[in-house]
Design a protein around this ligand. Structure first.
Ligand SMILES: [Zn+2]
Length: 209
């Protein structure tokens, strides 16, 4: 009996992580497997950086457990979207907790795309906060006059991506060099910085150094 309990105990310890996410059956299995593995990698990252903006957004240090709790609280289901203008989005008027992945996204990602997709999950999870008016973007224009989505606050969805990447970069001690390089790219990505208003940019730049 004792050995049965021991076996059971180890079986539970070594079984694959339980995911509370519900997946639309139209999402290709390749993408689902990629994303579950990538989320599992995130949830096992160990860091302890917690800048003021990180604490304000994630309510905890840059540790996998913080992100697991935070994402699970916001995203319940992954659905497929026919909107080809964005990689992913939410529907503030639809049922809560659904992240829509565009059918036009590359749903056959490689290991080079891990931090990219995680940043999308972080971004959209921030938008799923209904009590904060979904952190809706403001309208702004770029140098050429094209209309863009921008944030005045460093705490919005764009800021959340930067704060997440930066705090992990600063203290993750078990992250692979591969994922650290990808996180660096997410942090440096100028197209996202351009969508943050100058005051938000400087708050983000001085938040974690
Ligand atoms: Zn957004």
């Amino acid at each position: 009996m004792k050995s049965f309990i021991t076996t059971l105990f180890f079986a539970i310890l070594t079984s694959p992580p339980a995911f509370s996410l519900e997946w639309d059956t139209r999402i290709p299995a390749t993408f689902k497997i990629f994303m579950e593995n990538t989320l599992h990698e995130l949830y096992t990252m160990e860091g302890r950086q917690n800048s003021p903006l990180h604490q304000a957004i994630f309510q905890g240090p840059s540790h996998g457990k913080t992100y697991q709790k935070w994402l699970n609280k916001r995203i319940q289901k992954i659905s497929l979207s026919t909107n080809c203008n964005v990689a992913a989005h939410i529907d503030s008027e639809g049922p809560p907790g659904i992240l829509y992945i565009s059918k036009c996204s590359n749903l056959n990602p490689t290991s080079d795309d891990k931090a990219y997709w995680l940043s999308i999950f972080i971004h959209e999870a921030r938008h799923l906060e209904s009590h904060q008016q979904f952190w809706k973007h403001s309208v702004c224009t770029d140098d050429l006059g094209s209309i863009m989505a921008c944030d005045h606050s460093p705490l919005g969805a764009f800021g959340a991506e930067k704060v997440w990447a930066k705090n992990l970069l600063m203290s993750c001690h078990n992250c692979s060099p591969e994922i650290l390089t990808q996180l660096e790219k997410i942090y440096e990505d100028q197209t996202v910085w351009n969508k943050l208003m100058p005051p938000a940019q400087s708050q983000l730049r001085s938040d974690a150094k």
